[in-house]
Design a protein around this ligand. Structure first.
Ligand code: ACO
Length: 342
């Protein structure tokens, strides 16, 4: 059932946004010194020109704390007034404590409630949905959503099929209760299908390899020979992501009764320019209604939608009353959507 059928006690306002990237920026030419690749190969296939990469010692929680501090300042909300913080990440500092708890301590928001969400690249949308529900329930007033990932720490730097695609970053949003009950999430949904998890996964050892993978053949799609590193079957992911993006946006339109003309902007996870363009053509939206910044950051997993939000606000392209759709797909496999009136 769509959430629009449920009485909404309070509205939810997107009060502040922030972002952080590590200082080191690597161009495609820089990567061509590490693996056998080139700007000519990477750019047309992925849209990526450069990405920011973490140096030793920088943690996911450091980037996340920087981004959410900026978002709190933007919202004019003190860390002490934060009630709940979600951190979407697949590269936590450690398994326990959650990165979200580390962030709460780093920004001086103790004893704010905190939890991590692991939905890979879909994490920001998942966290946004949970944060919206927490406020709309009337139980929490100020809730932070962070997407933070350091994919550079979990790619195999000898595998050119994967290492060129990703970058490190954190994006954050602070949501707050609003008296305007029309403001906030109009429709939301997340989905998963682990029967197709082999397209994008991180095996710990041989037991985690799919049955069809020969551990000695590292040229196979979906296996590059290193455990605890990201494995990807690029073509399968491509098809999945295009279909998921398209169906997420179509479902949000159907459930809200909105048309592409009503939507000010679609803010998608920055997966790969060709995937975004292929889905976009099928959806039939105007080109200027999709935000793209993968050229400067690469695929930053859970962080990417937060980076887009920050840049859109900086460019004054988001206005109160605008209807926007957040959409993402990633490992799990997971996919999700969130349609908002800002
Ligand atoms: N540089 C140079 N050559 C490369 C590179 C590289 N970085 N990577 C692969 N190649 C080579 C391959 O070795 C292969 O060479 P061969 O023909 O001699 O064997 C050739 O390029 C073609 O390789 P394919 O894997 O078949 O290339 P494909 O056309 O499928 O494109 C790509 C690969 C760009 C990864 C594509 O599959 C894709 O876009 N997939 C989506 C993956 C993605 O973006 N994932 C992001 C994470 S998921 C998410 O965010 C939802």
């Amino acid at each position: 059932m769509s959430l629009r059928h449920v009485a909404k006690p309070v509205g939810v306002r997107l009060a502040g946004v922030g972002m952080a990237v590590p200082p080191r920026c690597a161009t495609n030419d820089d990567l061509s010194k590490i693996v056998d690749t080139s700007d000519e190969w990477i750019r047309p296939r992925t849209g990526i020109k450069q990405r920011h990469l973490s140096d030793e010692g920088l943690k996911t929680s450091d980037l996340a704390a920087q981004a959410v501090t900026m978002a709190l300042e933007d919202a004019g909300i003190s860390p002490n007034d934060l009630d709940l913080l979600f951190c979407a990440t697949m590269t936590p500092d450690m398994v326990c404590p959650a990165t979200a708890c580390q962030v709460v301590a780093k920004i001086g928001a103790v004893p704010c409630g905190a939890m991590d969400i692991n939905m890979a690249c879909t994490g920001f949308v998942g966290a946004l949905n949970m944060a919206s529900n927490a406020i709309a329930s009337g139980m929490y007033k100020n809730v932070a959503v962070i997407g933070a990932d350091q994919l550079s720490t979990i790619v195999n730097w000898e595998d050119r099929r994967t290492c060129v695609l990703f970058g490190d970053a954190a994006g954050a949003a602070v949501l707050t209760a609003s008296d305007n009950a029309n403001q906030g999430c109009l429709y939301q949904r997340i989905w998963s299908d682990a029967s197709k998890a082999d397209a994008l996964y991180i095996p710990r050892d041989e037991k985690d390899l799919p049955a069809n993978i020969d551990a000695t053949n590292t040229d196979e799609p979906g296996w590059n020979g290193q455990y605890d590193k990201l494995q990807m079957d690029g073509r399968t992911v491509f098809k999945f992501a295009v279909n998921a993006l398209k169906s997420c946006v179509q479902t949000a339109l159907q459930e809200t009764g909105l048309t592409p003309d009503d939507i000010a902007m679609v803010i998608p996870h920055q997966s790969n320019i060709r995937m975004l363009q292929t889905a976009w053509k099928k959806l039939g939206f105007d080109d200027d209604k999709i935000y793209i910044n993968i050229d400067r950051f690469g695929n930053t997993s859970a962080a990417s939608i937060g980076l887009c939000l920050y840049e859109l606000k900086q460019q004054k392209r988001l206005h109160e009353g605008d209807k926007v759709i957040f959409v993402a797909q990633g490992g799990g496999l997971t996919w999700g959507v969130s349609a908002w009136e800002l």
